[in-house]
Ligand binder design. Structure first.
Ligand SMILES: [Ca+2]
Ligand SMILES: [Ca+2]
Ligand SMILES: [Ca+2]
Length: 309
């Protein structure tokens, strides 16, 4: 009978011998992730988006080709948040939100390569955000006169006009392609609903009416549909509807978050954000919800894609 320490030594020796004989079959380190091949040849144009950079603690704006290649950081203005990009109609400039001049975010504009950032709003101690650009006008929301309301201004920051003045948070303005109407989100009636208002402030109309949240309106390039996010099936999913709220079609059906739809210039596809693969990535699908393609592969949050028109 062996003493306990000797027994342990024998066991350890056997274990080491076994490991040495089987070293070729020991588990290997995981290979770097290689995305499966996808046909991205039909994805044309450029997409700007937000990325929360790992280890940097802030959000910056990136652009990429619509097939997911050529990801490029265009804002790196220091330890501030730069986010919510939107393209100018000719694609040469990008309006966005930044906290670079203080704790409150304002609307800025820069060249599409990130150079020449210029502040358009000066809202402190309130904020102005979520710019949407159509023709020579930029819509945004601001808390400058109390709670959040929708405003429009010229693309140089002049001529600010307040469009909504109702108690409740009015956010996320989205232009119709003719620049004559703006869809937006408001919680004035108890939960988040989508509303449409004429660009001159008349004709304010609620177009959804249910107990769940609606968000992220995006008008199709032909003006006939509005894509949006709704929580009506228990998760954030992407839907489309007519601008009057009729004919709602659900595009995503996953128990994950799907948000921030953005139409391709030809209206055939919708880019959006989903965490279905672990963290927020940017995906593209056909406008009927089929043909899903993943565009980003980064450990940080990739969110709120905006396709250049
Ligand atoms: Ca309001
Ligand atoms: Ca609702
Ligand atoms: Ca990511």
């Amino acid at each position: 009978m062996l003493h306990a320490p000797l027994r342990q030594l024998c066991f350890l020796t056997l274990l080491l011998a076994f490991a040495a004989c089987n070293k070729d079959r020991l588990p290997l380190a995981p290979k770097p992730f290689t995305p499966p091949p996808q046909d991205t040849s039909a994805l044309t144009g450029m997409i700007a988006f937000n990325r929360d950079r790992i280890g940097m603690g802030n959000t910056e704006i990136y652009v990429m080709k619509a097939d997911g290649s050529g990801v490029t950081l265009i804002t790196d203005f220091g330890p501030y948040n730069n986010y919510n990009p939107v393209w100018s109609p000719d694609g040469t400039q990008i309006a966005f939100n930044s906290t670079r001049d203080g704790a409150f975010f304002d609307v800025f504009v820069m060249r599409a390569d990130g150079s020449g950032p210029t502040r358009l709003t000066s809202s402190s101690p309130s904020w102005s955000g979520a710019p949407a650009w159509c023709g020579t006008r930029i819509a945004f929301y601001s808390s400058r006169e109390g709670d959040n309301d929708i405003y429009v201004m010229n693309a140089d920051g002049t001529g600010v006009t307040r469009l909504t003045a109702t108690a409740g948070s009015d956010v996320s303005p989205a232009w119709s392609p003719a620049c004559d109407r703006i869809a937006f989100v408001s919680d004035r009636d108890g939960n988040k609903e989508l509303y449409v208002i004429n660009a001159d402030g008349t004709g304010e109309t609620r177009v959804t009416d249910n107990p769940w949240g609606e968000m992220d309106p995006a008008w199709s390039p032909d003006g006939r549909r509005i894509a949006f996010t709704s929580q009506r099936d228990g998760y954030e999913e992407i839907y489309t509807m007519n601008p009057d709220g009729s004919d709602v079609v659900q595009l995503t059906q996953r128990p994950v978050t799907n948000r921030f739809p953005s139409w391709s210039p030809d209206g055939s596809r919708i880019a959006f954000t989903s965490d279905r693969d672990g963290n927020d990535e940017i995906y593209v699908m056909h406008a009927d919800g089929t043909g899903l393609i993943r565009l980003t592969h980064d450990g940080g949050r990739d969110w709120r894609p905006v396709w250049r028109r």
